[in-house]
Design a protein around this ligand. Structure first.
Ligand SMILES: CC(C)(COP(=O)(O)OP(=O)(O)OC[C@H]1O[C@@H](n2cnc3c(N)ncnc32)[C@H](O)[C@@H]1OP(=O)(O)O)[C@@H](O)C(=O)NCCC(=O)NCCS
Length: 190
């Protein structure tokens, strides 16, 4: 069985659970969970499932994902109309971080219209799934004539920073809370 395949509707709950688990929110209050899913998951799997891929175990169950918005302008319009108002209704200490992420994407949208989130279930980390998901999305976006992709990770998430560097990403911007990084598809290291 292939380790990576396109996202399918049946993956929805597993993907949402991995998102919550990696945000350390599996047992958080319902409002917090809803906020995390609105900010980091639901838009992508609901609005752009064709740009989402999962890593699966031997039983074809999702154990990791990469979820992508191909065009920041389209993402921002739909996100601001349908998702942000619901998130805004929930008070959260993560509010400022989430807004700074959006700002970083907006700053680099002309160079990197595509952005993504990636998460691997803890039991399956460091087995190469994350790198396979990156190369799968890279090929998918390249076939759609995009020249690169970006993401923002926590400024202190050394595990993720190591991972992105290893996969050829360069740093675009570092703030107190986040580091924006990008992969150029035609760069030699990519
Ligand atoms: C970051 C993440 C997506 C990487 O996926 P992965 O499948 O574990 O990574 P791969 O096996 O493809 O690549 C491994 C490389 O990533 C980095 N890495 C992964 N886990 C690491 C850890 N615990 N500590 C330090 N570096 C780590 C290293 O560079 C590692 O290479 P090495 O094993 O030669 O040192 C995954 O570990 C994850 O989901 N982490 C928790 C959530 C997260 O940080 N998501 C990204 C938010 S922006």
């Amino acid at each position: 069985m292939d380790a990576i395949r396109p996202y399918a509707q049946r993956d929805r709950e597993r993907v949402r659970q991995i998102c919550l688990k990696n945000a350390d929110c599996l047992y958080a209050p319902e409002d917090t969970k809803k906020y995390i899913l609105l900010m980091y998951c639901d838009y992508y799997i609901e609005q752009e499932p064709e740009n989402c891929f999962v890593a699966v175990d031997d039983n074809d169950n999702a154990v990791g994902y990469i979820i992508c918005a191909q065009d920041y302008e389209k993402y921002e319009k739909t996100f601001r109309e349908k998702y942000l108002p619901q998130a805004d209704a929930i008070s959260s200490k993560r509010f400022v971080e989430a807004r700074l992420d959006l700002l970083s994407h907006a700053m680099f949208k002309s160079l990197y219209p595509a952005h993504f989130h990636i998460d691997i279930d803890e039991a399956y980390q460091r087995k190469g799934f994350g790198s396979l998901l990156i190369s799968t999305l890279r090929m998918h976006l390249k076939a759609r004539d995009l020249g690169g992709m970006m993401m923002v990770c926590g400024a202190d998430n050394q595990q993720a920073i190591n991972f992105y560097k290893k996969n050829g990403f360069k740093t675009l911007l570092t703030t107190k809370v986040g580091r924006a990084m990008a992969l150029d598809f035609d760069a030699e290291s990519a």
